[in-house]
Design a protein. Structure first.
Ligand code: SF4
Ligand code: SF4
Length: 132
């Protein structure tokens, strides 16, 4: 099993991705339930407007050479892509990226990674948009 985190190319200029990594290893946030041997990697969307096609083709080639089935891969859109947060509004191209993933045969897609308590409180208070 391989988890692939897609990060916003804009946000990673300001964020190291530490909390996504930590929550993966702690199986917190949207990573609950993965078996212990699950591996993970992260990559950025490649920039607006989310044209990750070339990266997906490269990944598919690597998986094929390693004998890893696409069914054993789960993509997570980082929470800063799919929810309003301290960095930005949700990505306007997320559904396009989702469609590209599906078109390339990657059907396991999860929305979210690290769940910020502060952002959740702001959602509850109506300051941030509800989770999409
Ligand atoms: S969800 Fe948070 S930690 Fe993960 S990439 Fe986005 S801003 Fe960084
Ligand atoms: S396409 Fe979305 S995720 Fe990628 S850089 Fe633009 S806003 Fe960020």
């Amino acid at each position: 099993m391989l988890v692939v985190i897609i990060q916003c190319d804009d946000v990673v200029k300001r964020c190291s991705g530490f909390l996504c990594m930590r929550d993966f290893y702690e199986r917190a946030g949207k990573f609950e339930g993965y078996p212990p041997e699950t591996r993970y990697m992260s990559m950025t969307c490649g920039g607006c407007c989310g044209n990750i096609t070339v990266k997906l083709e490269n990944l598919a080639m690597r998986l094929r050479k390693e004998g890893i089935s696409k069914d054993d891969v789960t993509f997570h859109f980082a929470s800063c892509i799919c929810s309003e947060n301290a960095h930005r509004l949700p990505c306007p191209f997320m559904n396009r990226m989702k469609a590209l993933l599906q078109h390339k045969g990657f059907g396991n897609i999860v929305l979210g990674t690290h769940i910020s308590k502060k952002a959740e409180a702001k959602r509850q208070a109506g300051i941030y948009r509800k989770w999409e």
